[in-house]
Design a protein around this ligand. Structure first.
Ligand code: NAI
Ligand SMILES: N[C@@H](CC=O)C(=O)O
Ligand code: NA
Length: 439
């Protein structure tokens, strides 16, 4: 049997603890699968004295170190589970330059600086694996990067953030406030170190950028993703979604499209109304689901736990076994594929259906004015529903709530329509504008 491989873990938080534990508990089986033992040589943390559940009082505690640089220098494989940009970026680059293979779950870093990491890995001839960076335990990076390498992907659509899915689910089923549900997601180990990254859609946008890069063989960075989070989603939005047979989900969408004669891709993250009988509506809690549509394969669906220490450790350990096998047997896994270099089309060129809620004066001619404003911008109405709307104190006029669902319209046309509606005297408020997907 070849010499054991020295494995260094950077970070001993929600994911790092689970990876370290499983790596030691299943050492014999992992050694058989790799062809040589994986020797955990250290775990880098900020503060070795801090008590850690599952680590303090166990043999893992003896492996903790604050000297991440020395740890990286002596490793064959570095598993980065610290998160954030620095020092994770410098440590990964140092590991690669020193000839170590790298496994990381760091989507923020990959979406910001993936090409630099790929280039360094190429130059050093080592592996860079990151299955855990997208949709936790779900195998999605490997299927897109390898299984679909012979097909033409047209669209990737899904729920890729466990925290926001958990939050929206708790708001819909238990009437929880957003802040309370976010706290629960933090306690359960789903949220990022700063949960704003989840709530504002940045985490999902990073994952969308990674998936789009792999699916379309094009470099897509975080800044290329049009991103809207769930902080503006109200309890009222959730209730109206249910009343109209929908569920609100934070979706990540990457698709091949044509605009002004140019073929390119659009990548966006935003909350959307999904029909309650659509498979995505049934994705509960911190689960994720990703649909991939490819020319020959047709539609594929990937579903599973998108966050949490144990599920994420499964993806990390799978990568660890792969890169370790390469070190034993020779060869490397897939490298960056960005030959297609498709342009990223403007977000305002995307086409979607919308549901608009308007508080309007309840008098003759108002509906006609509203319909004219939509028609003027080429937005076609699919359905309109009107219900009574509570009149604000001190305002004697009767009000109505108009619920308008449109046919597919361009984002730019819808934005111009909303401005025109806001300017109408008869419109008291544009209460909400939500995209409708999956119908
Ligand atoms: N928690 C989850 O469900 C998932 C997390 N991820 C990713 O995995 C990575 C780790 O996430 P968590 O374990 O949840 O984070 P965490 O915040 O629970 O753990 C981070 C660990 O890194 C250590 N660390 C941070 N900065 C350090 C520094 N400068 N020097 C030394 N140690 C440092 C901390 O002490 C802590 O032990 C992140 O990139 C995250 O985005 C990916 C998929 C799911
Ligand atoms: N914070 C992330 C963790 C997994 O990537 C999420 O909630 O999905
Ligand atoms: Na994954």
């Amino acid at each position: 049997m070849p010499a054991p491989l020295k494995v260094a873990i950077l970070g001993c938080g929600v994911v790092g603890t689970q990876v370290a534990r499983r790596l030691t508990e299943h050492a014999d089986e992992l050694a058989s699968r790799v062809g040589t033992p994986l020797e955990l040589v250290g775990i880098a943390v900020r503060d070795v004295a801090q008590p850690r559940e599952g680590v303090t009082g166990t043999p893992l505690a003896d492996l903790l170190t604050q000297d991440a640089e020395s740890l990286v220098a002596g490793a064959d494989v570095v598993v980065e589970l610290m998160g954030g940009i620095e020092p994770a970026r410098s440590l990964i680059l140092r590991a690669i330059e020193g000839g170590a293979s790298v496994v990381t779950a760091n989507k923020a870093l990959l979406a910001q600086d993936g090409p630099t990491l790929y280039a360094a890995a190429d130059a050093a001839g080592v592996d860079l694996y990151f299955e855990a960076a997208v949709a936790g335990a779900i195998p999605i990076v490997r299927p897109v990067r390898e299984s679909l390498a012979g097909d033409q992907v047209q669209r990737v659509l899904g729920i890729v953030n466990g925290t926001t899915n958990y939050v929206l689910d708790r708001m819909a089923t238990d009437g929880l406030e957003l802040e309370q549900a976010v706290k629960e997601a933090q306690t359960l180990g789903y949220a990022e170190a700063d949960p704003t990254a989840d709530v504002e859609g940045h985490d999902a946008a990073a994952k969308a950028a990674i998936l789009a890069s792999l699916a379309f063989h094009t470099r897509v960075a975080l800044d290329d993703v049009a991103c809207e989070g769930i902080s503006a989603v109200t309890a009222d939005d959730v209730a109206w979604a249910q009343r109209t047979g929908h569920t609100i989900k934070l979706l990540a969408i990457a698709e091949r499209n044509a605009h002004d004669g140019v073929t390119g891709i659009q990548v966006r993250v935003h909350p959307a109304l999904v029909p309650s009988d659509h498979p995505l509506a049934g994705v509960r809690g911190a689960f994720n689901a990703v649909f991939v549509e490819a020319e020959a394969a047709g539609e594929l669906m990937f579903y599973g736990r998108g966050a949490g220490g144990a599920p994420t450790s499964s993806a990390v350990l799978g990568d660890l076994v792969s890169v370790a096998r390469h070190r034993v047997l020779g060869g490397r896994g897939p490298v960056e594929s960005s030959y297609a270099a498709l342009p990223v089309l403007p977000a305002l060129a995307a086409r979607t259906r919308f549901q608009v809620r308007l508080a309007v004066e309840d008098r003759p001619g108002v509906l006609a004015q509203v319909a004219a404003a939509l028609a003027e911008h080429g937005v076609s109405i699919e359905a309109v529903r009107q219900v009574a709307y509570p009149v604000p104190a001190g305002d004697g006029d009767a009000l109505a709530l108009l619920l308008i669902t449109t046919h597919a319209a361009q984002e730019s046309a819808l934005a111009a329509t909303v401005t025109a509606l806001t300017d109408l005297d008869a419109v008291r408020e544009v209460v909400s504008v939500l995209r409708v997907e999956g119908a």
